[in-house]
Design a protein. Sequence first.
Length: 559
Amino acid sequence: MTTDEDTSDAAADDSPDAFDDAGGSSDDHRDFWADDVADEIEARDPDEPIVIKGGVSPSGVAHLGNFNEIIRGYFVAEVLRERGHEVRQVFTSDDKDPLRKLPRKLADEDGNIVGLGEVDAGALGRNLGKPYTSIPDPFGEEESYAAHFAALLKADADRLDIPVEMLSNTEMYENGEFDPVVEHVLENIDTAREVLAKYQSKVDADYVPFNPVCEECGKITETVTSVDTEAGTVDYVCTDMTVGDNTIDGCGHEGTATFREGKLPWRFEWPGQWQVLGVDFEPFGKDHAEGSWPSGKDIAENVLEFEPPIPMVYEWFTLNGEALSSSAGNIVTVSEMLELLEPEVLRYFFALNPRKARDLDLSRLDQLVDDFDRFERAYFGDVDDENLTRFAKRAYPFVVDEVREDRVRLPYTFAAVLGMTDDEDLRKQMATNEGFFDDDTPDDVVEEALARVERARHWAEKMDNAYNYRLQVDLPEFDFDPAVETALDELADFVEENHDGEAIQGEIYETARRNDIEMGDFFAAGYRLFFDATQGPRLGEFLGELEQDFVVTRLRREA
RNA sequence: GGGCUGGUAGCUCAGUUAGGCAGAGCGUCUGGCUUUUAACCAGACGGUCGGGGGUUCAAGUCCCUCCCAGCCCGCCA
């Protein structure tokens, strides 16, 4: 009875859309998407605490894309908390899933991405087919591969100050929390088959929606030979498992497993999690929108018989124009991002409309940071843009740790320019010269603003872009015309007379004119001597901040 | 092949839910700040809203169709 038409019809009818699907109060559009979702959740009059879930299967690297699962739900959780609800945000590590193939990349305990060559790959290879919780941590820190991965995600959540309760799927089976679900599915196995068969053509009259763990070799098995719901057990044979082009060998063992010694297939496990945890809302990526969601909704309603959560599909973002891929190395982690920008900027990125496909272009992070700065100013009413201001008024308080008007944001590229020197006082002085600070600016505000310099500096170095210049400690190699050399000597004499930066800037022009040399050539000479580059900051004022002897000596090309 | 989502200025994005003048920032260009370089100020340039068709007094928005990208429709998650 399963045909292709049946499959596509079922999928089309149940396509998820959290913005205008059921819920009843979606006729007015809010300025922040999380309010729309919260409206829908409230319309169902849910029990407290309201439960918001996310989850992923542990893979090689916990990357920024995975973080959608946590942070999208977080914004909804915060909105509901503000409305007076008690909210429990959980994250399931789907760690009873089997390791199906070796990851090409892993992240160590500090979140650094490393190749498979840096760990005992052989040990991983021997554990193919086993649940992630049964595989040792390749880095030897946590009690399992799964625990290692979960710890990384939890650390990322902490870094962004997001309170989330990490739950292990394996533990939920071991605790017996899934027992009633497994029992119900197997007692109603005909209904279960009938419903899933609408979505998966391989489901036939012999299909058993339960995968025991082999008591002999520890691998997840796929061949159940009989079910005894009275005893609460299934009999199985540990057969080979086909994964893509490869085969994971079974050991041939014939055994009996309880409902805690195995797992439901994903299509049942996901709705099972909703039921056991009482989930009211769950965001998920577009990959689930057409397959898992329609079948999960159907299974919840017609097999397990409860109301599934409010869904929300988020679009995937690309990184530097390409899909996120750990095997291709096109990946970025939360901790890497936080070396480049503040947590609130990263949170802002995820506060933007989840339905839009976005590109996170690291080479233009300055744009993202500028956008955040503008968003922040809009909250305080300083931007003449009605749409942006409405969004900012609502979303900004959920993006920053604390709403404070006294913050100073140095433009990101300017912060990168300040990164040319490690001298904190010099950085402060240059920013003051440009009007970002004055005598009344409190020290902690200055310190907070200057913290961006380190991040922007990292960015300039990582991208090796136009802002990646450094004050040269040693005399760079150069090749100047005699007229330029004369002009540099004259400028050195001028600097030696104790003029301030503004005067030096003026003298640069005077000197160039006096010696009849191109302004551009003279500036280029200055940037060569001090930065070994062709451009840099406003030169005269910068030189005025440096130690005079150093400037004079360098202009004379003596050291 | 079928379905879902996305496609708006060079870049990043608003605006699409209820049809009402095509928008912002950045970049670029020009000018200003006694002084070409980051910043700052003023102004300008920049668009067949992916293409085409339709409905309408009026379409980025609604309908049809086509193109491009990602995803799903095997397994797995």
